[in-house]
Design a protein. Structure first.
Length: 340
């Protein structure tokens, strides 16, 4: 299937002097920097390719006996478990996991190892959730409980069908602008020091002039025929200048991609039949410093207790109010009566 594009847009976020200095230090010979002076500003498959030792999935933490713990005891166990997880995951295991899960949604291992992790697609909700009921529903989402089959939904089907086409056209465009440019598929990426996080970008781009960047591709069904009218859509991810809105959930998504994959750039690609927008986004350290602690707290206080006990899986109605770990000053209530 081929589409003749009418418009190609490149949008580069403004770089500060400090950004440029840091990038020059990291890659002094990068062509994109040598011209800048300092004064310038879902179906699964069992066909995963085994590549070596993989980490234990987080779902392996489950122990039915822990349902008898009080909330204070469960909090202590969660803290201990979190500290232990940070010492178990190795660089080699992370590399093997990414290689094994390159097929993403078509990989059984990808689904298993994403379960229980705060991923780039859930980060925005994790950082903005307020009510206890919303937290409970979000934990269920992170745990993949009651996962619905969405492959028949037109918007999901369109995005899935067009992603490869969008990636090919993005690659062809970037080859004309960069030296030795190539894009590789990417599996589930983890960090040994942050075992509760995970990211699955749509690709990893590499070139000799700019180095490595993550790639995120969006094929919006609503604007599949072109971006006309999108500038007036307050829910759309791009603003009137075709830059990714910083308050949009996709901004959280690409920032976590860069953090987990240890890159300084993300190419955010919006593809339609008529237009391709390539938005090169820099890593936002200030934003990451604000959201990463929130993600860790949510994982330790909400997700990890569920990984250990699966209370919501066993008795969702009775447990919804008692799952969330309370501060140590909270009253102790036994969960023994919730045994399966």
């Amino acid at each position: 299937m081929g589409f003749k594009l009418s418009n190609i847009y490149f949008v580069y976020s403004e770089l500060t002097d400090q950004d440029i200095a840091e990038l020059k230090e990291l890659a002094p010979d990068a062509a994109v920097l040598t011209s800048i002076e300092r004064s310038d500003t879902d179906s699964t498959s069992d066909s995963d390719t085994e590549t070596g030792d993989l980490p234990e999935p987080l779902v392996a933490l489950y122990d039915a006996n822990l349902r008898c713990l009080s909330q204070n005891q469960l909090q202590e166990r969660s803290e201990e478990t979190f500290e232990r997880l940070g010492k178990l995951l190795t660089n080699e295991q992370c590399v093997n996991l990414e290689l094994t899960t390159k097929n993403q949604a078509h990989s059984q291992a990808w689904h298993v190892h994403r379960t229980g992790r705060i991923t780039s697609t859930t980060l925005h909700r994790v950082c903005t959730v307020v009510t206890e009921s919303a937290k409970t529903n979000l934990v269920k989402q992170v745990m993949h409980y009651n996962k619905q089959e969405l492959s028949h939904v037109p918007a999901v089907l369109w995005g899935s069908d067009m992603e490869d086409t969008a990636r090919r056209q993005y690659t062809e465009i970037m080859k004309t602008k960069h030296q030795n440019f190539a894009v590789d598929l990417c599996g589930l990426v983890g960090r040994p020091d942050k075992p509760h996080l995970g990211a699955s970008p749509d690709g990893i781009a590499n070139c000799t002039c700019c180095g490595k960047a993550t790639v995120e591709i969006k094929c919006p069904y609503k604007y599949r025929d072109g971006l006309t009218g999108s500038s007036e859509d307050t829910q759309f991810c791009l603003d009137k200048t075709l830059q990714l809105k910083k308050n949009h959930e996709y901004y959280h998504q690409v920032q976590l991609h860069m953090y987990v994959c240890n890159t300084q750039y993300c190419d955010f690609v919006v593809w339609t039949k008529q237009d391709v927008t390539i938005n090169r986004i820099g890593r936002d350290e200030e934003m990451l410093q604000a959201v990463l602690p929130k993600a860790e707290v949510f994982f330790k206080q909400n997700v990890l207790p569920e990984l250990l006990t699966r209370i919501l899986r066993v008795a969702p109605r009775a447990a919804s109010s008692s799952l969330m770990v309370k501060p140590r000053s909270a009253s102790i209530s036994s969960l023994c009566s919730r045994r399966s």
